[in-house]
Design a protein around this ligand. Structure first.
Ligand SMILES: Nc1ncnc2c1ncn2[C@@H]1O[C@H](COP(=O)(O)OP(=O)(O)OP(=O)(O)O)[C@@H](O)[C@H]1O
Ligand SMILES: [Mg+2]
Length: 522
């Protein structure tokens, strides 16, 4: 670490000399100035970490120098020293922003303590500022498209209110970012933002996670647990993937929204909570209501302010600013020289159909920053999939391994069936391309692993390709005719089996398939 640099502005040479000795002995770098003018010039040229400033000097006096120093750099700590230590000088110096005031003659220890305090406070302030900046950059919503602007206008209107917000949009479009932006711009911004991913918590644990439980309220409840709603009291709770909540949990959440109170499992007592609810889903809740999977009354409670975040393919104007933002961000993150990108490469990125939306774009840019050796990213540096015209949103339509045949198309009567088929073909194609490795596939298509699992369960991917299933690095061999892991045997070929694997924070459902062919790595 470089030595802290201390600028001493004092017209008395013996004082400068003795401070020089003390400071250098203590490991500081000493810079001396005999007049205010000289001090100001050195402050500009040498960028000291702090200043020790005498008040009574011929020419420009210390208090004027202090004022000018503050104008030059308001974060530079200045400790004022005066032999004419009247209260009024001290008060004036403090008013003008001095960090500390020391009366002459002073013991060197007094100066050193003040110096250390000033430097510590500066370091803290710098760290604070850079942390704040990093958080701001991480949570910045980039984009200029009309679609994003419309969503942001709704965010601006919703933020200062207490209204419940329902954010909808495909995976990776920025729903969580929108939720955080609303919280940061709300009156609750100093309170907690508590996030609950309703899809990642198993059914049997979600109630105690949301509402808490008393010790002994069920087998395994060895300690009392405060639920997320209580944790978010006075703040915001973000119910992510709210479309995945069971009917029972939906009923309980509705009650919290209606009554403003929660009841811990195993307790007859209710606790009042003041929580703002923001929910998000990539499901079409209206369709879910029609199918009887989501309560209509809860939907209306949640969607007081609905905000839809459009997919990236509907806002290609956002691609270039996002690419530039992430190029900048990942160059700094990975300590590599900033690169430029050609227009042709930007155009191809804007044309690509980003199924994983911004998350996929972000991963692609990170990979390009790390993998491109030269200073310029050109077409050839883009992943093959992005360059291929079949993957463009306007051009070839689906990036799936094959287009549906006429007979297949005929089977896809409704738009919904068509979408499901197309998605299934895409996923199977991608899984095959990536050797049936789920983590890798999820990364390539820019979707969370949990989401891919869900999709796999939903679409029951083709039954004829798998035999071996690898769970978190542990191979589970599935001999012909018997099921993997703890799944029941005797099921028809291709049946999916649910397997619960304990995880550190709860459990996650893993769907293993007993069939023939490749392996899945999780
Ligand atoms: N407008 C944007 N500007 C910059 N980064 C963005 C923007 N929108 C999203 N991102 C980034 O994209 C990634 C995905 O966003 P986020 O997690 O908010 O999406 P999501 O809609 O919640 O996805 P999922 O449905 O998969 O949970 C995050 O890293 C986020 O910071
Ligand atoms: Mg999310």
């Amino acid at each position: 670490m470089p030595k802290p640099r201390i600028l001493v502005i004092d017209d008395e040479a013996p004082i400068r000399d003795s401070l020089k000795m003390t400071l250098e002995y203590e490991g500081y770098e000493f810079i001396g100035a005999a007049t205010g003018q000289e001090g100001l010039a050195l402050a500009e040229r040498e960028a000291p970490d702090m200043v020790l400033l005498d008040v009574k000097m011929p020419g420009m006096d210390g208090l004027e120098v202090l004022e000018r120093l503050r104008n030059m750099n308001e974060t530079l700590p200045v400790v004022v020293v005066s032999g004419h230590g009247t209260i009024s000088t001290a008060v004036e110096a403090t008013k003008k922003g001095a960090f500390d005031f020391i009366e002459k003659p002073f013991p060197s220890e007094r100066v050193l303590v003040s110096l250390r305090n000033a430097l510590d406070s500066r370091q803290l302030r710098d760290e604070n500022r850079s942390l704040k900046k990093a958080v701001e950059i991480r949570h910045q919503m980039i984009g200029e498209s009309a679609g994003l602007k419309q969503a942001m206008a709704a965010v601006g209107r919703a933020a200062p209110t207490n209204a419940t917000v329902l954010i909808t949009g495909e995976s990776g479009v920025g729903k969580e970012l929108v939720a955080r932006t609303i919280h940061r711009n709300s009156l609750r911004s100093r309170e907690r933002f508590v996030q609950v991913n309703c899809a990642a918590i198993p059914e049997e644990l979600i109630e105690s996670e949301l509402f808490g439980h008393e010790k002994g309220s069920f087998t395994g409840a060895t300690e009392k647990q405060v639920g997320k709603f209580e944790q978010a009291d006075r703040g915001t709770i973000f119910l992510d993937e709210v479309g995945d909540m069971s009917a029972k949990t939906q009923a309980k959440v509705l009650r919290v929204l209606q009554e403003g109170e929660v009841e811990r499992l195993g307790s007859a007592r209710t606790v009042k909570v003041d929580v703002r609810v923001i929910a998000a889903t990539n499901k079409n809740l209206e369709e879910e209501i029609e199918r009887g999977h989501f309560r209509e009354d809860l939907y209306f409670r949640l969607a007081v302010i609905p905000i839809h975040v459009p997919p990236l393919r509907e806002r290609p104007d956002d691609v270039a600013p996002l690419v530039r933002h992430y190029m900048d961000y990942f160059s700094r993150e990975n300590n590599v020289r900033p690169k430029r990108i050609t227009q042709a490469a930007l155009d191809a990125l804007a044309r690509y159909r980003w199924r994983g939306n911004i998350r996929e774009l972000r991963n692609t840019v990170e990979r390009m920053i790390i993998m491109t050796g030269s200073d310029t990213i050109d077409l050839a540096d883009l992943p093959e999939t992005v360059r291929s015209p079949a993957a463009w949103s306007g051009g070839g339509g689906l990036a799936s391994p094959k287009q549906p045949s006429d007979s297949e198309a005929a089977k896809m009567g409704t738009l919904r069936e068509f979408k499901e088929n197309a998605e299934r073909m895409f996923l199977v194609g991608k899984l095959r391309e990536n050797g049936w490795n789920i983590s890798k596939t999820a990364e390539v298509i820019g979707t969370p692993r949990s989401n891919l699992y869900k999709k796999l369960e939903q679409y029951r991917s083709e039954p004829d390709d798998r035999r071996r299933v690898q769970i978190r690095g542990r191979k589970v061999r599935t001999p012909q005719g018997s099921a993997p892991g703890n799944a029941r045997s005797g099921q028809p070929e291709g049946q999916w089996h649910r397997k619960h694997t304990a995880r550190r924070r709860g459990q996650i459902s893993i769907f293993a398939q007993r069939t023939v062919g490749a392996k899945i790595e999780i």
